[in-house]
Design a binder for this molecule. Sequence first.
Ligand code: BEZ
Length: 257
Amino acid sequence: MKSINQWQAEEYDHKLAFVSGYGKSLISWLQPQKGERILDLGCGTGDLTHEIAMSQAEVVGMDASPEMIERAREKFPEITFVEGDGHRFEASKPYDAIFSNAALHWMKSPELVVESIWNALKPGGRLVVEFGGKGNVQTIVTALETVLEQKTGIHAADRNPWYFPTIGEYSSLLEEKGFLVRQAYHYDRPTQLQDGEKGIEGWLAHFGGDYFAGLSKDQVEGICLETSKIVVPKLWKEDAVYADYKRLRLVAVKPDQ
Ligand code: BEZ
């Protein structure tokens, strides 16, 4: 029988395929070159790592989830995938570039992440990242935290697992470390969810786990349903729910002297 996490790795490939679908445009910012050593940080099940490898770059995919890494290895046995935490990883050989799509917002101590990235890059190496920016999925977060608090008395904001900075906050972190920030964008990317009116419940079931620790299955289902009732009328457009994603996209360079 499959574990919940294995199932989630599979669902990531099906219902959540938009994660890597949108990430493809970020690869055009990376412009991977043949022979370059590139790290895909928070690679999930490896679709974008594979896309980068097509340029004949020497790419490594890293993710903190053993289930994601297991599935990535099954799908792309020719690529190197390693389990690792973005807060504290070390490169055996420095990288020409570090790429990351939709992963950095899960790493709540960004100073440690920036430190690890800096140490893992060659002088002159580049960082190309996209992740949730300030205000990301705010309609969902506000409703969920309100419902959770009303139904359980839990101070829900303490359980928020995400880091969604502004351009100023993240650029400052990078600059304090010594990076030169070349480009930074903060933009709205309404993201269509599958399963019609059930889309928010599915999204919460996949991503909201940290909020639900210690609650029963019935409690979680009730909270997801109530949250969905608040959110769906706000985010419904024509034929589907469009989650209020806001992305932060940055390119930065580690100066070579
Ligand atoms: C995001 O990609 O912005 C995201 C994904 C899951 C939870 C929160 C944000």
